[in-house]
Ligand binder design. Structure first.
Ligand code: ATP
Ligand code: MG
Length: 577
């Protein structure tokens, strides 16, 4: 491609609202254009990268036995009503009506669509295993689209679904997809971790997120460098040394006393005011579990893991109570809440059971209790493991301190079980003619998010610096003196030869100052640059440099094509598993 004819609208200024480096650079390097909030046009450079990512995905999934299809993006309400998600999905699901007032939605994911398809074609155990995938635009009306391609409303996703006769076979399909994902992200040149994620009621380690490691990531990961355990924060287990089901009050604790704590609400404010430490204070939280209020007690310096709580309470919906609801059920504003005298069901984390002589709110705005003794001054319905894992907590497998990382979720594999096949009636007949629901798995990759995540990992002060496997071009060809015949002829010859050798070249034929040229070339992040200038060419040489190198090396002009070819092949092979 000749640069003078390419649509690469680079910008000098950083877009004002772009906080993430990838968002800034995608805009500045002319990769994307915003149409409206969370909706972007992929310009030629981004589209080239996306197609390369898609190609890697297709190659690996096809090799793993999956088949590509394309499901309709517009979905009728009926199938979403069958699964029950028409009412439960919430506002991310964009619903609309056609001219006959029939309800439809734009698909944010395709469990319904694919289960409906499977139901029509799976008859007996002989129809399985089957594994289908598609690469398609999805729409989710995200509350806060942000970060350019990172969290769009319209974005490209690869979604795949497996159907098997039983859990044993479904687990094999899951493992094959897990392995394929590992190869895909390695081939993209990304540094990532597969981490255990919450798998709802299926349990076990049957949900993994593929997280690209980046400081700017939205997700927190905890991992153990000794045994390799890795999980997202919500799922991460902690080895608890405490294991009790009731309190053991300490008789030495003085009698409880109410103290005036004007304007002191947070744990830090209250404990500083009372000259105590956060771990001496009890944090009291109020949640609504399927609409019913429950009280949760945590040690002041611990945080609650809502997923663990939801599992303990075995409820469908868990939300934090609003300030008004709290005042209504507790008789006090948040900031002065406590368990003493409370008649609601109370659940305490294990660490609370180890506390003695503590501080808590008095359920009386601006008052706290001191010398509170668990088991003497209040009791609870249950003592449970509710704590959110933090860096330094003990690994659940080996006890080593866990390390914390930030990540970007680029993929998710999930053993669904029969969640959709049962309500939607996707069943099969076994050898004896008995009917069973198919056991499903689902597997997503955020294709456009992979590009954003790759840029988060690969950028520097000059711009984007993508690995060769997913960069928009392999080489930039930059002649310095465009008015010199010799230079032009040589450049044209190299350009032809590179293209014939299957190398993707961007020929920077723009008649501008070399400084400006190089700035743009660095910004858009093509791995290699060949610079052709009069002085070197007089000695039969051209300059060759990787985007990350400071200095160029001189290569014989008649050897350059072979040299570049080998370099790129090595780069791409290097990241292959
Ligand atoms: P998130 O927690 O980031 O919202 P999710 O759990 O909703 O993700 P899935 O439903 O598992 O995501 O979708 C599969 C993949 O699609 C995700 O792993 C992610 O890479 C990508 N993805 C999800 N939402 C978006 C979005 N709004 N923009 C871009 N990619 C997305
Ligand atoms: Mg989401």
């Amino acid at each position: 491609m000749r640069y003078s004819q390419a649509l690469i609208p680079t910008r000098k200024e950083n877009p004002v609202d772009a906080e993430l480096p990838s968002h800034r650079l995608l805009m500045r390097a002319g990769y994307i254009e915003q149409l409206t909030a969370g909706i972007y046009t992929l310009m030629p450079l981004a589209w080239r990268c996306v197609q390369k990512i898609e190609r890697i995905v297709r190659e690996e999934l096809n090799a793993a036995g999956a088949q590509e299809i394309l499901l309709p993006m517009v979905q009728p309400a009926e199938i979403w009503q069958l699964s029950g998600r028409w009412d439960h999905y919430g506002k991310e699901l964009l619903r609309f009506q056609d001219r006959k007032n029939q309800d439809y939605c734009l698909s944010p994911t395709h469990e319904e669509g694919v289960t409906d398809l499977a139901k029509r074609h799976i008859r007996s155990y002989r129809s399985m295993p089957i594994n289908l995938y598609q690469i398609q635009v999805k729409f989710r009306d995200e509350l806060r689209p942000r970060g350019g391609l990172m969290r769009g409303r319209e974005f490209i996703m690869k979604d795949g679904y497996s159907f098997d006769v039983d859990y044993e076979n479904a687990e094999k399909a899951y493992k094959r997809m897990y392995d394929a994902y590992t190869r895909i992200f390695k081939r993209c040149g990304l540094s990532f971790r597969a981490v255990e994620a919450d798998s709802g009621n299926i349990g076990g380690s049957h949900s993994h997120e593929f997280q690209v490691l980046a400081q700017t990531g939205e997700d927190r990961i905890l991992s153990c460098s000794k045994c390799g355990y890795a999980a997202n924060e919500e799922k991460a287990e902690v080895k608890r040394t405490v294991s009790v089901t009731s309190f053991s009050p300490d008789a030495a604790t003085p009698a409880r006393e109410e103290v005036y704590t004007p304007g002191q609400h947070s744990i830090d404010e209250v404990t500083t005011f009372l000259k105590a430490e956060p771990n001496q204070s009890i944090k009291t939280l109020v949640y609504l579990a399927d609409g019913k209020p429950v009280v949760i007690l945590m040690r002041g310096n611990d945080n609650l893991n809502e997923i663990k709580l939801q599992r303990v309470l075995d409820c469908e919906q868990l939300v934090m109570a609003s300030d008004t609801a709290i005042e209504e059920v507790m008789g006090s504003k948040p900031g002065s809440l406590g368990p003493c005298g409370c008649t609601l069901p109370i659940y305490a984390d294990l660490n609370v059971a180890m506390m003695h002589d503590c501080i808590c709110g008095a359920n009386h705005t601006d008052y706290h209790f001191i010398h509170v003794e668990p088991g003497r001054d209040f009791n609870v319905k249950a003592i449970e493991d509710l704590v959110l894992a933090q860096e330094g907590d003990a690994c659940p497998h080996c006890g080593e301190p866990l390390q914390a990382f930030r990540g970007i979720e680029v993929g998710h594999v999930f053993l669904l079980g029969t969640k959709y096949s049962v309500p939607m009636g996707a069943t099969y007949l076994d050898e004896k003619g008995d009917s069973h629901p198919c056991v499903m798995g689902c597997y997503g990759i955020g294709i456009t998010r992979v590009l954003a995540a790759a840029i988060e990992q690969y950028n520097d002060e000059n711009g984007i610096n993508l690995p060769a496997a997913i960069a928009p071009y392999h080489v930039i060809l930059a002649p310095l003196q465009l008015r010199s015949e010799t230079i032009l002829n040589t450049t044209e010859k190299i350009y032809d030869a590179l293209q014939k050798a299957g190398i993707e070249v961007l020929y920077d034929d723009r008649d501008i100052r070399p400084g400006v040229k190089f700035k743009d070339d660095d910004l858009i992040g093509v791995p290699y640059r060949i610079t052709i200038g009069e002085k070197n060419l007089a000695n039969g040489k051209v300059e060759f440099k990787h985007r990350s190198d400071k200095d160029a090396q001189l290569i014989d002009v008649d050897k350059i094509v072979e040299f570049v070819k080998e370099k790129i092949a090595a780069d791409i092979a290097n990241v292959q598993p």
